[in-house]
Design a protein around this ligand. Structure first.
Ligand code: DQA
Length: 151
């Protein structure tokens, strides 16, 4: 086993599949987790998959994994555009951080164009739908193979 990838989901993503399906699609967060686990298993990684509507819980999860994870994939939801505290937490990470948005935030309202989280992200995915999570898992594995354990 090559390590654990933390996948963190922020507010309202528990409603994925039912929430604005014309924007976020019909797949549920459980579907996303199942897909990520399958991809990760093939690549020899474990997944810790979490969702929280509370900023402090997201920060606590980042602290828990900031050194030990193979990588952190985070869809911070609306906290992307508001949270200096999540940015500060991600800036403590010694592992790759992949910011992942289901929708293409740049094609949406102006307030979604700015991300605090991007300032700490190794790379950013937006607009790949829920498939973006699997791509992010593959990229963590790719970075690990290259021996890039830090940002
Ligand atoms: C989102 C985009 C955010 O602007 C929004 O607040 C979300 C989901 C996405 O995955 O496209 O909750 O992060």
């Amino acid at each position: 086993m090559n390590g654990t990838i933390l996948i963190l989901n922020g507010p309202n993503l528990n409603l994925l599949g039912r929430r604005q399906p014309h924007i976020y699609g019909r797949e549920t967060l459980q579907d996303v987790e199942t897909q990520c686990r399958a991809v990760a298993k093939d690549l020899g990684f474990e997944i810790d998959f979490r969702q929280s509507n509370a900023e402090f819980q997201i920060i606590d999860s980042i602290h828990e994994y900031r050194v030990s994870a193979a990588g952190i994939i985070i869809n911070p939801g609306a906290f992307t555009h508001t949270s200096v505290a999540i940015l500060d937490a991600l800036n403590t990470c010694e592992v790759p951080v992949i910011e992942c948005h289901i929708s293409n935030v740049h094609k949406r309202e102006a307030f979604r164009h700015h991300s605090y989280v991007s300032l700490a992200a190794t790379c950013v995915l937006a607009g790949f739908g829920t498939h973006g999570y699997s791509l992010a898992v593959r990229h963590v594995a790719h970075l690990a193979k290259q021996g890039k354990v830090t940002q």
